[in-house]
Write a protein that binds this ligand. Sequence first.
Ligand SMILES: *Cc1c(COP(=O)(O)O)cnc(C)c1O
Length: 355
Amino acid sequence: MGKIRFIKTESLKAKPDQKKLGFGRYFTDYMFVMNYDEGQGWHDPRIVPYGPFQLEPSAMVLHYAQEVFEGLKAYRTANGGIQLFRPTENIKRMNISNERLGMPAIDEELFMEALLELVRVEQDWVPSEPDTSLYIRPFMFATEPHVGVHASSSYIFAIILSPVGAYYPEGLNPVKIYVESRDVRAVKGGTGFAKTGGNYAATLRAGLEAEKAGFSQVLWLDGIHRKYIEEVGSMNVLFKIGGEVVTPPLGGSILAGITRDSCLRILRHWGVPVSERLITIDELFEAAENGSLEEAFGSGTAAVISPIGKIVYGEKSAIISGGEIGPLAKKLYDYLTGIQWGRVEDPFGWTVKVV
Ligand SMILES: *Cc1c(COP(=O)(O)O)cnc(C)c1O
């Protein structure tokens, strides 16, 4: 196992029913952990029994939110193998987030080795029921015991694993969303392009209110003009308007989703016109009114593609694709999940074999 130490657990957990996994509720027997200390760098990479961390109440992450995370999945293929989808992109993005949060970079090779080794150790946890996978959550946080605003001098990097089913119990059924006009998620110059917990903390109030009002997600507008569309919930957002797929550009306030990038590459490969450009909420409602808004959907690792059936903005509301999943969103979903689960040939070289 190279330089990664292994500590065996005393007892293995019972595996949950694969038909009732939900999302992010069960965790496997082992986790990967590594420590950083100033002067020493990263040290002691190890795979150990899954369990609580010991933290000082003054650990800086609890006060100043110096934290980043990633999310990817391991997929069980029809021949019993296991593969990852574009893991190098998650590794690179985690270091981009680390840099923004003033946190030390992680060696990319060691990160990859840790991912592969942990999933190999836990291969029996990769479920095989349709639409199930093993969600992989790498994360890193500040541990220095010090109540004073400053970048921490010590960190923990860890990877935990969770067998998951479909993200939305309603599956590919289109969701209802509303356009958030009070809260904003991020602004250019802030941390919007980093995958950090603080961005999520800023969204939780709107999420609660959306839920209370019967919506699944909110559509975020830019924090300055309050008119340009940014993301939907914790996903990137794509629209098909007049035959062209349009998505907001990566301008610093939105996350560079790997699913977003994969969708754009697949669409270009198919010859579908694609444009990364600013799109205002008024343009979207005009397109809905004149009939040129054909489809709308979110993209992200957890749900892959999440069709939007209805958008509400103040007094206005629009039904999209007759409230059904659009044909292009469905085709993208089938193709992308086909590559991920190994049912479709991968012409892009995106999958990485684990076993
Ligand atoms: C993780 C995330 C996404 C989706 O990224 P993927 O790499 O496609 O999973 C989109 N928006 C936000 C805010 C995210 O945190």
